[in-house]
Design a binder for this molecule. Sequence first.
Ligand code: SF4
Length: 349
Amino acid sequence: MDARRDVSRTLRTPLDLTEAGLATKAELPALEAVAARYAVAISPAMAALIDPLDPHDPIARQFVPSPAELEATPGELADPIGDEAHSPVEGIVHRYPDRVLLKLTHVCAVYCRFCFRREMVGPQGNGALDEAALTKALAYIAGRPEIWEVILTGGDPLLLSPRRLSEITRRLGEIEHVKIIRHHSRIPVVDPAAVTDDLVAALKSPRQAVYVALHANHPRELTPAARAACARLIDAGIPMISQSVLLAGVNDDAATLGQLMRAFVETRIKPYYLHHPDLAPGTSHLRVPVETGQALMRALRGRYSGLCQPDYVLDIPGGHGKVPIGPAYLSGEAVTDPQGQSHAYPPED
Ligand code: SF4
């Protein structure tokens, strides 16, 4: 690894990437064109994990922009999971009866090249939801007793200051029917030092269960510092679950995926979702076929503890919701065991 690399600050431009040894000068014009369309940010923790001598580095593949992002393919959608169609007021997505998304911010500590909200996240446009919009969003939740869970996402909600998060926790705490607050974040992995005692205290609610869903895609992301950040949350009584995206060249082999799930479980994070990649624009080079995902899930089932099994899910394009996509083990009167052998069920006499 090049000892001259400066990864002490977030890399935000193609020039930053060349100076950090993550792109060549010859690539600059193409990467400038990508950066003009989609936000770029690689946090110091993630930049330090990248081996610039490895052209297939799985961390670089998630964060270093590629000219392939300007190649749109048929079927790709600016809003692949249909957030807009289910947004009754600014900041809220209400797709399922018992829960809403509350999008407090559009900014992230890193920008993932496969993000399904890539057309909406970034430093451009609105930053945090302003006070008037937040009041309206909270009034929407307060007016619907069927909303049991509020999922804070964005953007990354844990980028907000502890003071701001504490205020959000307090205001959600005033809504009697909201029992669960769930934060979706990459922060414990991409900026572990940001998980301070103040941040943890700001997330805790006196009357609601608070969860953090961690987004990570490769076992190398679960560094000792990331695991310690997660431990600070979990030890404070905040259970954690995981979300990963199945990505070509990052985690689309059984050994890597298995190690990732084990790393979560070792960190006391229950594997929750493995997302089939969404049809986000310019991401075809990172997508895998559903059959590949199903084969990987079979391999996980056959080789790894039940604790290491996430649900493999697809967000149906157009906002029709999220469903598990297999593989199925029971078909007609035959059931397949983890080794792939078929058995009659109920057993024949
Ligand atoms: S952290 Fe989440 S919202 Fe932000 S770019 Fe990555 S996937 Fe998208």
